[in-house]
Design a protein around this ligand. Sequence first.
Ligand SMILES: *Cc1c(COP(=O)(O)O)cnc(C)c1O
Length: 282
Amino acid sequence: MTKVFINGEFLDEKDAKVSYEDRGYVFGDGIYEYIRVYEGKLFTVKEHFERFLRSADEIGLDLGYTVDELIDLVRQLLHQNNVKNGGIYIQATRGVAPRNHSFPIPSVKPVIMAFTKSYDRPYEDLDKGVFGVTTEDIRWLRCDIKSLNLLGNVLAKEYAVKYNATEAIQHRGETVTEGASSNVYAIKDGVIYTHPINNYILNGITRRVIKWVTDDYNIPFIEETFTVDFLKNADEVIISSTSAEVMPIIKLDGENINKGKVGPITRQLQEGFKKYIESHSI
Ligand SMILES: *Cc1c(COP(=O)(O)O)cnc(C)c1O
């Protein structure tokens, strides 16, 4: 039986229920993380939980857990569900209280929930590349928080699905921000460009790993904004996320990137990323 973690307990899936008054359910008032598991080990888990605690802090939520306690928690769940390759989703909401926008008084305990998934690395997509479409970024101005409020991202992703693409690449006006659930990079003349870390994008852990890889290979990594037009004329385009890793985009809005082939810098980054899987999983 698959186990789900809710508020300190490992429950059978069928018993894993939360209240209709949970603020995550009625307001999307909470935050989450998604952590990759390779060969039974947690990849860059410390970085993920540091970000989790930061997201919590930014919305005034005290989880009452340290990074090490969170690692211990998800490790137990991994073992219970016998996950070898896959991932762990974990979220925290502001808890259960009568519906009222402002924070509950007296405050209530956050509701923490986690479940696991088992699946392999996306080998075929990594090898062949996927399609992207561009769409206006209609999200709020705190995209640095990994919030449960994902309506903007959901609508963007659905737009991608409608046009047979894997990812929707969002832009505010002419400025490319990020994907619905990934960070975005344009590669031009051997240089990688990506949106700087600020309130307009989520500070991806995979983005950080890519930055380490570019350091290793002496590839310039420029954290500056660029336009949709620049992206469309790039030599190579990639997106990155915990589940997509270093994913090539070979067609954007129906137009080929690099003649529809995965480019050489992308291959280097994928190669470099693989080494970090080995060195940064615990
Ligand atoms: C989670 C997420 C990413 C990717 O972050 P990773 O830490 O690399 O998984 C990028 N953009 C958004 C909007 C996200 O929610």
